[in-house]
Design a protein around this ligand. Structure first.
Ligand code: PGA
Length: 250
């Protein structure tokens, strides 16, 4: 089920999420953490890096699994998720690159399941905490509307809206790859705890659709209602279109 936390702004929400991640790392030094790319979680990663430095926290046994990777983008391209995760997670948190997994996304991958990544996650003991953002169309990872809720890691096709939204990281929309390898919604639902962050009015429709019942595959975020422990961290603007009174936690 989904619980909702509404914070005054992104700074407060990111601080809470960073604190929760740090608490988990202290309690379970070999925790397995699922990390998202996109602008939304970056501040939480920065704040977590500060806490790790301040407390000299042991990060040597952690494992990280990224949600997704573009197909046909070289790993040394600054917007490949290998590069983004290295820049925002691996280096600031001071972990060894061998502790950080990002899906391989070979140029010749075709649409369909990619089993090895889910097997790697299972072999690591499963994900303790999965961080998520959400797209304007409700996608989580690159699970676009229509993706089956039980999907494993697979090759997915980006919608035009997603390519447009992500074109801000590239010189043009044509440069945004149309295909990506993404953890499936089924993969995400296996995590022991999931945290979705969303800030700003551009996300308000996606949040309303994710909390609208019943869950439907045309609204990927609504699949999180099937998760055993999922909390949405929202600012007022992202929460504006839904009455979450009965879902709220302190
Ligand atoms: P954003 O992307 O964090 O850059 O808004 C979220 C997403 O598309 O999942």
């Amino acid at each position: 089920m989904v619980k909702v936390k509404i914070l005054p702004d992104k700074e407060h929400a990111s601080e809470e999420v960073a604190q929760m991640m740090h608490d988990l790392i202290v309690e379970k030094p070999n925790a397995v953490i699922g990390v998202a790319t996109g602008s939304t979680p970056e501040l939480a990663y920065d704040l977590l890096a500060e806490k790790i430095k301040e407390h000299n926290t042991d990060v040597s046994q952690l494992q990280f699994f990224a949600l997704d990777e573009y197909i046909a983008l070289p790993w040394d391209h600054p917007e490949s998720y290998h590069a983004v995760i290295n820049r925002t997670v691996t280096v600031p948190l001071g972990v060894d690159p061998s502790q950080v997994h990002v899906p391989e996304a070979p140029d010749d991958a075709t649409e369909g399941p990619i089993r090895y990544y889910d097997e790697q996650i299972e072999a690591a003991g499963g994900i303790d905490l999965q961080l998520l953002g959400i797209g304007r169309n409700g996608h989580i990872g690159f699970n676009e509307p229509g993706t089956p809720f039980e999907s494993p890691t697979h090759v997915g096709r980006l919608t035009e809206m997603t390519r447009q939204d992500n074109s801000r990281f590239f010189d043009s929309v044509e440069e945004v790859p149309p295909l990506a390898v993404t953890q499936g919604i089924g993969t995400i639902l296996k995590s022991r705890k999931a945290i979705l962050m969303a800030f700003g009015e551009a996300k308000a429709d996606a949040i309303r659709d994710s909390l609208a019942e019943p869950p439907a595959e045309q609204r990927p975020g609504s699949g999180l209602q099937l998760h055993s422990d999922c909390v949405f961290y929202l600012d007022e603007a992202a929460a504006a279109k839904v009455d979450c009174e009965e879902l709220k936690v302190d």
